[in-house]
Design a protein around this ligand. Structure first.
Ligand code: ATP
Ligand code: MG
Length: 555
């Protein structure tokens, strides 16, 4: 983004804070994932925002695992989250775990009890819900609200010691059961859960609620600007209430709108369903909106960062067109992906006047956008594979590819004239015949001819084969979460098409997993994680142009 871009609202707040000397002008953000799934593109934008602000203002950014819920969290997720952040190009200043603060949080809770600001409640979840009141009616006080400080301290110790079963008791903050904000009507601080935690093991059987863990963790780390998504806006008064009552470091919460993307779903709960019910091959399936899926599909990290910068931040929920992300991906790949020739739907082309048994080696430029990318050797011979769609027996006027009598250039090689084709009994074309003009050799063309079409090809004798996976949108509709019924009813049944043997240039035999290439005229592709020299596999990252938009318009 250009330096002249106007400040977004968070930058404005930060610059005001720096000018006013708030927190001594220090900027310290954090990215707080819950390790209950893989990160998705929404998280990626939050990462870019938090790490980006820290970098811009010479501040720091912590990575904090928000691991206060033992039921859903796993170490596997922790490792993948770290890997994804590094791949995106960011390095955290500190790695923390909210679970490391369990002792401290317990102390804070005890302090609030001692101040008469928290109490142990024996009500069931249903009873608590029933006394909450509504936006128009006040709630009613729990019969346990008037317990003495001593009794509460004692009961809370017993809760911790494991004397009670799950759900038998909770610890609640004593705020105001008539508060206009329902979240302040004596919110839960602790619940009993006899569960193993991925880091603290069986040490605890009481776990703090989000509202009693998040702000306190921010405060312990002396986070200056705690940025979260909009659904927490009503939690902010509670965030501040706990910090004020405890008299701890005054972190401040700021909210921005969640970023959503068309033709996908973003919540981890839904993504987990796709994985568990095998609608995809895993969290890193190239159709998933996860960072690991996008990486496997071949999206470069720079593209994700540019995307995040481009869409900016908003205060209202919005859904961003996936086309915007794909635009960023193409822009990056155009700069860095080598051009190669691959024939996805092959038919034979015989250059009838080219000598049999001869191989000519051309030196082809790897990337016209990048001279430093060098050249590679491309063998040419009498029999070539070309795309079936590049020939038409009876072609309309504007068809500038092969048709009887038409001239086209074979990329990096010669101009050929199409002479016709051979068919089998069923009428399927089995061979196309052409003649070449020796004086039209690429780089040394003295033919004086100009042709309107250039097609790609691979020499049959030298071709290698690869499996190619063509990916499309995972969903048929723009916003599957907003449709009637289950979001899974809207899965696109044709989101992947596997081509088992595509012919590729021999130079591609050494493509390493994760490496991106452009199959000329076909799109950007990336060697899959499972690709080996013996079994090459390429994933289509994105088409060259926005074929989808065109398709939609036609329908
Ligand atoms: P999900 O609902 O997808 O599971 P989450 O908010 O529960 O997401 P967390 O692991 O708690 O996931 O999120 C870590 C950080 O990423 C939070 O600060 C959260 O606000 C932010 N974040 C999550 N989803 C998005 C999104 N779609 N756009 C922007 N930021 C997001
Ligand atoms: Mg969450």
């Amino acid at each position: 983004m250009s330096e002249e871009r106007s400040l977004n609202f968070l930058e404005e707040i930060i610059e005001q804070d720096i000018a006013a000397g708030t927190h001594n002008g220090r900027v310290h953000t954090r990215f707080p994932p819950e390790p209950n799934g893989y990160l998705h593109i929404g998280h990626a934008t939050s990462i870019c925002l938090n790490f980006g602000l820290a970098k811009k203002y010479n501040g720091k950014c912590n990575l904090r695992f928000d691991d206060t819920n033992p039921t859903t969290e796993e170490t596997e997720y922790v490792e993948n989250i770290k890997n994804d952040i590094k791949w995106l190009g960011f390095q955290w200043d500190n790695e923390f775990y909210a679970s490391d603060y369990f002792d401290k949080l317990y102390e804070f809770a005890t302090l609030l009890i001692s101040k008469g600001l928290a109490y142990v409640d024996d009500s069931t979840a249903e009873e608590i819900a029933a006394t909450k009141g509504s936006t128009t009616t006040p709630g009613t006080n729990s019969p346990y609200r008037s317990r003495t400080i001593e009794e509460n301290l004692h009961l809370f110790t017993e809760m911790r010691a494991g004397k009670y079963k799950d759900g038998e008791k909770t610890l609640r903050a004593k705020v105001d059961m008539a508060h206009p904000n329902l979240l302040l009507r004596d919110p839960l601080m602790y619940r009993i859960k006899h569960e193993h935690h991925h880091r603290t093991g069986n040490k605890w059987c009481i776990y703090p609620m989000y509202d009693f863990a998040h702000g306190q963790s921010d405060s312990i780390e002396e986070i200056t600007h705690s940025i979260c998504t909009l659904e927490f806006i009503h939690h902010r008064p509670l965030y501040n209430w706990f910090i004020e009552q405890l008299g701890i470091f005054p972190s401040r919460q700021y909210e921005f709108a969640r970023r959503n993307l068309t033709y996908t779903v973003m919540s981890k709960r839904k993504l987990l369903q796709l994985v568990n019910e095998k609608h995809v091959t895993g969290w890193d399936d190239p159709r998933m909106p996860t960072i690991s899926g996008m990486r496997r599909r071949g999206y470069p990290p720079e593209a994700l960062r540019t995307f995040s910068d481009t869409i900016g931040i908003a205060k209202r929920e919005n859904i961003v067109d996936i086309g915007m992300l794909e635009f960023c991906v193409r822009e990056q790949l155009n700069k860095k992906a080598n051009r190669v020739m691959a024939v996805l739907d092959p038919v034979r082309l015989i250059v009838t006047n080219y000598p049999e048994g001869v191989t000519e080696v051309f030196h082809a430029e790897n990337n016209p956008e990048d001279q430093s990318a060098g050249t590679r050797e491309v063998p040419f011979s009498r029999e070539l594979w070309i795309e079936r769609e590049d020939f038409m027996e009876e072609a309309p006027k504007k068809f500038f590819r092969l048709a009887p009598g038409n001239k086209v250039r074979l990329k990096n090689a010669y101009i050929v004239t199409c002479d016709g084709c051979v068919k089998d009994e069923s009428g399927t074309i089995t061979e196309i015949h052409c003649t070449y003009l020796p004086e039209s050799k690429s780089g040394n063309d003295t033919s004086g001819l100009t042709v309107k079409g250039t097609i790609h090809w691979v020499s049959i004798q030298h071709a290698k084969t690869a499996e190619v996976r063509l990916y499309d949108r995972l969903f048929r509709v723009e916003d599957p979460s907003n449709e009637d019924g289950d979001f899974k009813d809207y899965i696109n049944p044709d989101s992947v098409q596997t081509l088992p043997s595509v012919f590729i240039e021999p130079a591609m035999a050494k493509t390493m997993p994760g490496q991106s290439v452009q199959f000329m005229r076909k799109g950007y592709f990336c060697a899959d994680t499972d690709s080996t020299p013996d079994r090459l596999i390429f994933n289509r990252t994105v088409t060259l142009k926005d074929a989808w938009a065109k398709e939609q318009k036609r329908n």
